[in-house]
Design a protein around this ligand. Structure first.
Ligand SMILES: *[C@@H]1O[C@H](CO)[C@@H](O)[C@H](O)[C@H]1NC(C)=O
Ligand SMILES: *[C@@H]1O[C@H](CO)[C@@H](O)[C@H](O)[C@H]1NC(C)=O
Ligand SMILES: *[C@@H]1O[C@H](CO)[C@@H](O)[C@H](O)[C@H]1NC(C)=O
Ligand SMILES: *[C@@H]1O[C@H](CO)[C@@H](O)[C@H](O)[C@H]1NC(C)=O
Ligand SMILES: [Ca+2]
Ligand SMILES: [Ca+2]
Length: 304
């Protein structure tokens, strides 16, 4: 009987190379764990209109935090303390209770609200002093995302903290196009946080895989154009008459990386396009402005 138990345990441990967040209490590098709630949290310090916060949390496999217990409030309080300069309010989710209205005059978001209802409805905020209050929705605030360890996504085969990775046997890598548009450096950080990296095309087979992946991709919110996907290469802004040299995020030239076919008439470096992308039509390479927002592709090599 005892041997049996030991055998079963051995099997369980040896078959799981990297255990799920449920077991390991590890999640994306930008989330912190709270033992009392058995959940992961992230405070987004950038001020954000209310209608965008839930989609942003969901890209990270989380939800806007609904304050459910004193432990959630303690967590919020602790996160506020790390950032003295972000003001006194954050968006939190609606817990369905009635709350006093926030006293401080809200800084009204000057952009047009996306919907009539957002302008007049009330939303829920957490305060620096540890209260939950109601507030107009028509403003921009930092916000807190939360996911329980039980629900935190982990893809065992691809070894990433994210959903929707697709494995291509032809390249031995998993790929994903997150459902959001970002500037290049935020796209870079987002792939990193999940345990992946912006895609680097290393072969003709991988070029074909990218052509296949992008052809089937739904459009993402907020992209400047829907036919480009940021990828893991870019150039330094040249000094004087230096030539522009594109290198991968692993500091290889494109030729060293194994694929250097540009789309027709690219790179055109039009007014300083220094960030790399993949062109939907032919899966080939193109240069883009780093600060514009586009869809992007994350890659994770599967170790054999
Ligand atoms: C992508 O590849 C899959 C699997 O081989 C195939 O079923 C699908 O039709 C391809 N899609 C495109 C757009 O080529
Ligand atoms: C580029 O700069 C170098 C040195 O700064 C100079 O010698 C050369 O003539 C320049 N080339 C062109 C095409 O301007
Ligand atoms: C990148 O490669 C270049 C040339 O191969 C080398 O000079 C440089 O130090 C490398 N940079 C980093 C950060 O490794
Ligand atoms: C340069 O390339 C971009 C796409 O990266 C394209 O939108 C733009 O029209 C091109 N500019 C010129 C002058 O060809
Ligand atoms: Ca690759
Ligand atoms: Ca271009």
């Amino acid at each position: 009987m005892k041997n049996c138990v030991i055998l079963v345990l051995c099997f369980v441990f040896s078959s799981s190379e990297a255990p799920s967040p449920q077991v390991s209490k590890q999640y994306r590098t930008d989330y912190e764990y709270n033992r009392k709630t058995d959940a992961f949290y992230k405070l987004h310090i950038e001020t954000t209109p209310h209608y965008l916060v839930q989609p942003l949390c969901q890209v990270e496999g989380a939800e806007l935090m609904v304050p459910r217990s004193d432990y959630d409030i303690e967590q919020m309080h602790a996160m506020f303390k790390k950032f003295p300069d972000i003001g006194n309010y954050v968006w939190v989710g609606n817990d369905g209770k009635n709350h006093e209205s926030a006293e401080e005059e809200p800084i009204i978001n000057l952009e047009e609200p996306p919907s009539f209802s957002d302008k007049f409805s009330t939303c829920v905020v957490g305060t620096r002093t540890g209260d939950v209050e109601s507030s107009v929705c028509y403003r921009a605030l930092p916000f807190i995302c939360k996911v329980s360890a039980m629900d935190a996504p982990y893809d065992r085969h691809c070894n990433v903290y994210g959903r929707d990775y697709k494995y291509y046997a032809s390249t031995g890598s998993c790929y994903k196009i997150p459902n959001i548009a970002f500037p290049w450096s935020e796209a870079y950080a987002e792939c990193q946080a999940e345990g992946a990296h912006l895609v680097v095309v290393n072969s003709e087979a991988e070029h074909l895989a990218m052509k296949n992946l992008t052809a089937a991709a739904p459009k993402v919110r907020g992209a400047k154009a829907s036919y480009f996907f940021f990828a893991g290469f870019r150039a330094q802004k040249p000094v004087g008459n230096e030539t522009v040299v594109f290198k991968t995020i692993f500091n290889e030239t494109l030729s060293q990386a194994g694929y250097e076919s540009w789309a027709d008439n690219e790179p055109n470096n039009s007014n300083g396009e220094y960030c790399g992308s993949i062109f939907l039509n032919d899966g080939k390479l193109n240069d883009l402005h780093c600060h514009d927002t586009f869809a992007f592709i994350c890659e994770k090599e599967v170790s054999s």
